[in-house]
Design a protein around this ligand. Structure first.
Ligand code: RFL
Length: 392
C-alpha cells in the first residue's frame, strides 16, 4: 500500500500533522496501536498555551476547545510560607492558558481528520521501518486481526512517543538523545470531584510536592510526589486524600472537595531531546522528538508546535518541491524545545526539595524556599515566570 506520508501515532502530534496535511491535499495514513475508544479516553494533559490555541484555530481545529475550554490566569503556591497567588494573566505578556482535557482534543482531531477524508488504522502497531534513508521509506504494520502489511510513503512522521517504533528505527549514531532523569516521581490522580479552588495550586511540603489542577466541572487532577517505584495501587482513596489534605495544608487553607479516584498512575519526571529530529526521510515530532516532564505542562504544546512546523515543511516539499523547510526542521524546533525544557527543569527545582534531614537536603530546601520568596516578592521574577508559563 502507498501513501504520501505515513504518520505513526494518533496523539496530539500525529493528529495535528494529519489534519494539516489533509487540508493541503496531501495523502497520509495514521497508524495507531491503540483502539479508537482508548485514545479518546486517555486523560493526560489539560493546559494549552495561547500559541497552541492560535495554531489550532487558524487550521480549523479549535471549535471544541473554543466552545468548551476554560480560561485560566491564576496559579497559587502553598508552603510553610503560607500561600501566594500569581495572576499570570495580568503579568508578563498578559496571556492566559486554556484548560481543555487532552482526550477531548484528541477526540475532536480524530473526527476532523476523518471528516477531511483521512485514513486512520486503529489497533495497528508499527513493528519496524525500512529504507528510511532512501526515497521510499516504509513501515511494517500489524493490524487488529494479526494481519500484516507494509505501508510505503515518501516520508514517515514518527509521532509515536518515546517508546514508539520511530526512535527504535534510528540506526546507532543517527541522532543523539540528550536525557535527564530528574529523580522525582509523581502519582498522577484523576478524581471524580469538582476543582477545590479556581487556581492551579502547587503545594511545597517537607513530605513532598502536591498539586491541584482543574480539568472539568466534575473531574480534577491531583499529583503527589512519591518514591520511585511506588505501586499506584498501594494508594487507596483514603490514603490519597489524607496525604493531599496534609500537603495541601487544608487546616490552614480550607478543605478539598473529595471524591472517588478514577485513575492513578505514576510518572517518573524524565526529559529527552533528540538532536537532530530527523534521519533521512523519517521525521520526529511531539514526545518522540522531545519528552518533557509534566511539571510545566508543556508536552502537548510542544506536540502542536512540532507538528505544525513539520506540516508546513512537508507541504512545501510535496506541493511546491521545496525541501528547505525539511532541511531546517530541527533547527526551527530545537531552540523552543530547549527553552521549554529549561523552564520545566526550573519548575521541578521550585516544586521539589530533597526529602530527609541530611545537611545537603536541608540546605537545598532553604534555597527552594528563597526561590519561592523571590517569586512572591519580585515583580521582574513574576513577569519572567508568567511569560514562560504561558509561552512556548
Ligand atoms: P502521545 O500522545 O503519547 O501519542 C503517541 C501515540 O503513538 C502510539 N504508538 C504507536 N502506534 C503505532 N505503532 C507503534 N509502534 C506505536 N507506539 C506508540 C501510542 O499509542 C499513542 O497513541 O504523543 P504526542 O502526540 O507526541 O503527544 C504528547 C502528549 O501526549 C504529551 O506530551 C502530554 O500529554 C504531556 N503532558 C502534558 N502536556 C501539556 O502540555 N500540558 C499538561 O497539562 C500535561 N499534563 C502530560 C500531563 C503527561 C502526563 N503523563 C501521562 C506522562 C500529565 C500527565 C500525567
Amino acid at each position: 500500500q502507498r501513501t504520501q506520508v505515513v504518520i505513526v501515532g494518533a496523539g496530539p502530534a500525529g493528529l495535528v500533522l494529519g489534519n494539516m496535511l489533509r487540508a493541503a491535499g496531501i495523502d497520509c495514513v495514521i497508524v495507531e496501536r491503540q483502539a479508537r475508544a482508548y485514545v479518546e479516553q486517555r486523560g493526560r494533559a489539560g493546559f494549552l498555551a495561547p500559541a497552541s490555541v492560535r495554531v489550532l484555530e487558524e487550521h480549523g481545529l479549535a471549535s471544541g476547545l473554543l466552545a468548551k475550554g476554560q480560561s485560566h490566569g491564576t496559579c497559587a503556591f502553598r508552603g510553610e510560607h503560607g500561600q501566594f497567588e500569581l495572576n499570570y494573566g495580568e503579568l508578563g505578556q498578559r496571556q492566559v492558558l486554556t484548560v481543555y482535557p487532552q482526550q477531548f482534543l484528541v477526540t475532536d482531531l480524530i473526527a476532523e481528520f476523518l471528516g477531511r477524508g483521512g485514513d486512520i488504522r486503529f489497533g495497528t502497531t508499527v513493528t519496524g521501518m525500512h529504507g528510511i534513508d532512501g526515497d521510499s521509506p516504509s513501515v511494517d504494520c500489524l493490524g487488529p486481526d494479526e494481519d500484516t502489511y507494509r505501508l510505503t510513503g515518501e516520508y514517515v512522521a514518527g509521532c509515536d512517543g518515546q517508546r514508539g517504533a520511530a526512535l527504535r528505527a534510528l540506526p546507532a549514531g543517527a541522532a543523539t538523545s540528550f536525557r535527564r532523569h530528574h529523580g522525582v516521581t509523581w502519582l498522577a490522580l484523576l478524581a471524580q470531584a469538582p476543582p477545590s479552588m479556581e487556581a492551579v495550586t502547587y503545594a511545597v511540603h517537607e513530605r513532598g510536592f502536591a498539586g491541584h489542577m482543574a480539568r472539568t466541572a466534575t473531574v480534577t487532577r491531583f499529583y503527589l510526589q512519591v518514591p520511585r517505584g511506588e505501586d499506584p495501587e498501594a494508594w487507596t482513596d483514603a490514603r490519597v486524600w489524607e496525604e493531599l489534605r496534609t500537603r495541601m495544608r487544608t487546616e490552614e487553607f480550607g478543605p478539598l472537595r473529595e471524591g472517588p479516584i478514577l485513575e492513578r498512575t505514576t510518572v517518573d519526571l524524565n526529559s529527552a531531546v533528540s538532536v537532530p529530529m530527523r534521519y533521512g526521510r523519517l521525521f520526529l515530532a511531539g514526545d518522540a522528538a522531545s519528552l518533557i516532564s509534566p511539571s510545566a505542562a508543556k508536552g502537548a504544546n510542544l506536540a502542536v508546535m512540532t507538528a505544525r512546523t513539520l506540516a508546513a515543511a512537508l507541504t512545501d516539499a510535496l506541493v511546491g518541491g521545496d525541501e528547505r523547510g525539511l532541511a531546517g526542521y530541527s533547527e526551527a524546533c530545537l531552540p523552543r524545545i530547549w527553552h521549554a525544557q529549561e523552564f520545566s527543569h526550573w519548575m521541578i527545582n521550585l516544586l521539589h526539595g530533597p526529602v530527609g534531614d541530611g545537611e545537603d537536603a536541608v540546605f537545598l530546601r532553604r534555597l527552594q524556599h528563597a526561590r519561592l520568596m523571590s517569586l512572591r516578592d519580585m515583580r521582574s521574577h513574576q513577569d519572567h515566570f508568567a511569560e514562560n508559563y504561558v509561552g512556548i
